[in-house]
Design a protein around this ligand. Sequence first.
Ligand SMILES: [Zn+2]
Length: 343
Amino acid sequence: MAGRTGLVLDARMLAHDPGRGHPERPERLRALVDHLEGAPGLERIGARVATEDEIARVHSPALVEAVAASSRYTRFAFDPDTMTSPGSYEAARLAVGGALDLCDAVLAGAIRNGFACVRPPGHHAEQGRAMGFCLFNNVAIAAAHLRARGMERVLIVDWDLHHGNGTQHTFESDPSVLYVSTHQYPYYPGTGAADEVGKGAGAGRTLNVPFPAGFGDQEFARAFDELILPAARAFAPDFVLISAGFDCDHRDPLGALQVTTSGFARMAHALRTVADETAQGRLVALLEGGYDLHAIVEGVDTTLAALRGSDHVPPPQTGDARRATGVIDAVRAAQESYWPGMF
Ligand SMILES: [Zn+2]
């Protein structure tokens, strides 16, 4: 079985319904189920409901109780963007549990890597606060779980359009988790400046690459080649997690970045290569945002192809590498004392 790629795809997460007209709608997962159900060559991993103890590795008991209590209401609003329905608590626990089971299948050697098609997304959820469409922070809980299972260094790369404030804050003082984010900036949620580099023992273990609107494949490629991959290789993770949001796709209705399928292929291939080099291939990608249904389906397909071993990386389609110089110089200036001679 070693070498196979796992897939978490569970229609029970359709039950989270944030309301009519909300971009984080059940149709996002429906499109993936319709496209991937029965797809050959993937090891299906069933989602399970995460336990409160697992969720409490990252979140306060008060937040877990508040999300649980929200299931008593037809509609409950944690903030103007973050609404629940009676099925949301169960869906949120399935999203976490699916991510954890996929990680455990990788640790057990049953699969080499995998993709979890989960919703609601997670990376905005803070220790004590649901926000930004997110109830529980799936990727942060997965990283905490992996640490508890003996992984010493976990790399999280978050290529979602938005900065993963919740993930950054969870690990900003923890040197065992390197959090890397590319994101549109300034934009929601407002965090993710180049000079946010971690705190205390975690200083130098947060790497933010804030991109202005309009950046695309070429700028992402430079950021990966000149900043992210050198740092990832120096960190030498023993597990790689991807917060795989597809709202940085050029078709997305919420974002203004211009990544194409070529860009996603390049990023996924690069991270699979890092996992192969330092982590015996151990890698799990989790769905975050992405609000154009074609972009999500193509993005997940492209990522799965890279995880399954494809070395096909088409040339960049959008962007201008020269425009990235200012951002790369700012990130380098903020980071270089933590990665001597690396950049
Ligand atoms: Zn997003």
